[in-house]
Design a protein around this ligand. Structure first.
Ligand SMILES: [Zn+2]
Length: 253
């Protein structure tokens, strides 16, 4: 038994959870022949209760399959899509909500493409779990404040307001990130890296997550109480624009 508390809820921990999930990192048998190296070195773990262990909820596999298959990722993700993801989908055909599957031709090469309806709720839960895990890893305590997740990944034809919110917020944060001057961390940066911003005057910090050198996800961590939250509303900084400025007003959940 681990004498530790859960990274999320502070209940007694029953296991160690990988942050991000271990399955995101390609297995040697799939990638070593091509890349001549391993991508599973020195992975981060945090103590977890059963409820907050993503592996036990099967959300980690959904995250892996959804992220690896995105267009614009590096070659590693592509190899992973052809190997591990094929196996996952064969094992569990209901894993993805596949709209259609087709083969597209790019420069005489045939590429299999899956058009998938992304489940925002599941992904948000995974990103929240990763953010909380990394916060615990860095600070040795769980995060108690509010969390806002934005990414260009959340792009839905039937939700133009939400899509616009995510795109505009991501662009603001991308710009701001150039001034952070903090360390980009991660032992296997081809798969995953992360960077915390400095904490600003509103007790707010942004965490940038990057997957397969292609997908960026931003998690804004605010340590203000509800009252303080209301006060800060009047003092707009760039981050508050996202949290409760004009961008948020347009965003219907
Ligand atoms: Zn927990």
């Amino acid at each position: 038994m681990l004498e530790k508390t859960c990274y999320w809820c502070e209940k007694e921990a029953t296991s160690l959870e990988h942050v991000p999930p271990r399955c995101l990192f390609p297995e040697d048998k799939d990638v070593k022949p091509v890349f001549k190296k391993t991508f599973r070195e020195r992975l981060i773990t945090v103590p977890s209760c059963d409820e907050h262990n993503m592996q036990k909820s099967n959300l980690d596999e959904y995250l892996m399959v959804t992220l690896s298959g995105k267009v614009g990722n590096n070659g590693l993700a592509y190899v992973q899509t052809l190997t591990k993801i094929e196996r996952s989908i064969k094992r569990n055909s209901k894993l993805l909500d596949i709209e259609k599957s087709e083969v597209i031709k790019i420069k005489d090469k045939e590429l299999p493409v899956l058009w998938v309806n992304v489940d925002t709720y599941k992904l948000n839960h995974s990103f929240e779990s990763i953010a909380r895990g990394l916060y615990f890893h860095e600070n040795s305590k769980s995060f108690k404040g509010k969390l806002t997740i934005v990414s260009k990944l959340f792009n839905h034809l039937d939700d133009p307001d939400g899509t616009e919110f995510n795109i505009r917020s991501s662009e603001i944060l991308e710009n701001e990130r150039k001034n952070w001057k903090t360390e980009v961390k991660g032992e296997n940066k081809e798969v995953f890296s992360y960077q915390f911003s400095p904490i600003d005057g509103f007790m707010t910090q942004t965490l940038a997550l990057n997957f397969f050198e292609g997908i960026d996800v931003y998690v804004i961590l605010t340590d203000l109480s509800d009252e303080e939250f209301g006060d800060a509303r009047t003092k707009l900084s760039f981050i508050n624009k996202i949290l409760f400025g004009d961008l948020q007003l347009k965003y219907k959940r």
